[in-house]
Each structure stands twice: as structure tokens, then as C-alpha cells.
Design a protein around this ligand. Sequence first.
Ligand code: ASP
Length: 449
Amino acid sequence: MAISWYRQTHWRILIALGLGLVYGVIATLSGWGTFTTNWIAPFGTIFLRLLLLIAVPLVLVSLITGVASLADLQKLSRIGGKTIGIYIGTTLVALVIGLSVVNLIRPGESIPDGLRERLQATYQGDVADREQAAAQAAARGPLQPLVDMVPDNFVGSASSNRNMLNMVFVAFLVGTALILIPKEKAKPLLDLCESVNEVIIKIVELVIRFAPIGVFALIADTVTGVAGDSPGELAQLLGALGLYCLCVLLGMTIHMLVTYPALLKLRTPLKLRHFFPGIVPAQLVAFSTSSSAATLPVTMKNAEQNLGVSEEVASFVLPLGATINMDGTALYQAVAAVFIAQTLGIALDLQAQLTIVFMALLASIGTAAVPSAGVVMLVIILEAIGVPIAGIALILGVDRFLDMCRTAANVTGDATVAAVVAASENQLFPTATNGLAEAEDLPGGPGHP
Ligand code: ASP
């Protein structure tokens, strides 16, 4: 009994995370930056790579089976419409929360002039890289994002985790065609997808055993990397940008503790005390990897095994969500855009704030589910509201940490919507851990087959 809690993955990951933090601080104080980079960080990279290795095939096969299992196009458009509608709805709520918090706290007005200039000078190189990426994106026409969604070469698109939206498109196309062709012709491909799915799930189980080591290494490397062997620098940066971080974190906390619980309470029989522990492993992996795509296998496992979401709903809603639903990212982008404008003394009227809502909604959909993707799309938002892009230099120092937090928020949103869609389709089933068995007697309890 005494050690049984230790067997639970999320405790092991949590302990590893804590140890990684402690090690990171000690390593920074002792100047072990190079040792950490050479001997610790590679294990984190291997963990991240293993997860990313399965991301493209997982999105592809689970969405193909997810779409094809919806049996007919009517069902596909019903569940698809519902899913996308809730995804957009929750992202809009996240944006309103973020904008309210940043307009109330006004963190940008408290940055001392000297520090502002120093930050801009320090990150000038990084800014140039991001500016270039954003300039390429912005130079294209307004419909270009739509065009970009359609790949012209399957192998080319499948070769990068940044092209996940392309994979979603291909999966929808293949899944829809599978619904339309005779069942006996569709069966071999569906069987193959299901078999690949099983293999991937097994690989996930194996990789997750390695999670504590991977998480320790990723966190240790992040702490030493940010501090750069100079804790004074870290402290000063965190102090100055603390209010900005606080706004992002406060906004995400409100969203996670009010919006999602309200949705879950109103739309599912799930108990919150079962929901949150059920998705802690996914949140921790998201926090450590900063990648919704890398976390997807764990999110799917948690949703099915701990929340009781049916495989049919999970394999449709979650891969789609990992790609297009990023509430944490949208909220962060809105707060960051206003913060930069405040810092540079640029007033944003209502129209500019509405532009932020619209652009951040689109930007979060287009943001790749990989580390730091959100900050690239932020550049496009800044362009739209006429704020100098060099302003992102102000926030780059703390971006890694916020990326970790927003990715955890992103996967929480995906899991919430999966539970809501599953409940609405009578596909939320009791498991040992989700407490539905108790809820069954309540009015509005889950329907079972
Ligand atoms: N890292 C985030 C994710 O994968 C995206 C972002 O940079 O905001 O969900």
C-alpha cells in the first residue's frame, strides 16, 4: 500500500518534474549548464522524439478510423459540426477571459525603460527569425491558410510534424471515401488502420514507462537553458515579466477552473474529482514536452481509460483537437499582444481588441502542435493590429515556461470537449475510475448501450 501510489504514472511523472526543477536550480547555481546539455538533455530529446515519432501515424490512422466509423455522412457532419462548434466556442471564451485579465491588470505599464531596451537588444536575433517566418506567412493572400491546408504531396506533408493540418485533411478525405465505397472494399484498409492503431497504443504504453526520465531531463534542461548559468538574470527577468506571466496563468486558471468544469457539469455526468485526476498524466506530459501532438497518445489513453470516452469519439475528437483546438495558445496570444502594445505605449481600441479575438482564433487553429509554434503565430496578430513585431523580444525570455502551461491547457480543453461530445452521443461509459457508475442513478446519467 505504502508504495502503491508510486506505481501510478502521474505521481512518478510529477516527482520527476519536481526533481528536474530542483536539479535545474542546483545545476544553474553550480554552473553545470554544459554537463546538463551533454549528459541529461539528450534523454529528454529522445523522449520527445519517441512521442513525435508516433504523432503523424496516430493522427492519420485514428482520424481515418474515427471518420469512417461514423458510418454515414450525416453522422460525420453531426459529430464533426458539434465538435468544431464547441472547440470554437471554448476558444472564444478563453480569448474573452484573457483580454479581460490583461486589460484589468495592465502588466505592460510596469516595465522599467532600461530593462525594456535591454530585452529588445538581447532577443533581436530571435525576433529576426520569427519575423521572417511571419513575413512569409503574411505576404500571401487571405485565403492562403485554406490553400495550405490542402497538401499537394502526401509524403512531403507527412514528413513534418508541423503539417498536421494537412494530415487532418487527408484523414478526412480518406475516411469520407471509406464511408462512400462498398463495405467489403473498405474493410481491408480499416482493418489495417485498426491494427496500426493497436500497435501505436502499445508503443505509447512502452514510451510512457520512460516518461519520468524524459520529463526529468526536459525540465532540467529547460531550467538551466532559461537561466543560462546566471540565476541573477533569471530572477530579474522573472520579476519584470512576472505580471505578464501572472495574467496568462490567471486567465488559463480561470478557463480551466470555471469554463471547463461548467461545461462538464452542464453537459456530462462526469464528476470533476474524477475528471481532473484522470487527465493529469496528459497534462504533465504536455507541460514537459510543450507539444499537443506529442501528448496526443497520452490524451487519448487517458480519455478512453480514465474518463470512459468511447474509442469512436476519442479517435475523432482528440486528434482533431490536438491540431485545431488551442485555448491556452489563443489566450496567451491575446494577452501577449495586448501586453506588448501596453509596453510600447500603443493604445488598443475596441476594434483592435476585436481584431485580436478574430486573429487569435484563426492563429490558434493554424498553430502547429509543437513547441513555440504559438509565438510565431503571435507575430501575425501583432501585424494585424499594427504593433511593432520587435516587441516579441520582450516576452521571449519567459515563453518556454508559458508554452509548457498553455500546452497543458490545450490538452485539457481537448479532453473536456471529448467528454462533452461523448456524453451528447451516449458514448461516455463507466470505468473503474471515472465515477460514472455512481452517477448512473442520477437524472441525466449516462446512457449505455
Ligand atoms: N506548444 C503548443 C502546443 O503544442 C502550441 C503553442 O506554441 O502555443 O499545444
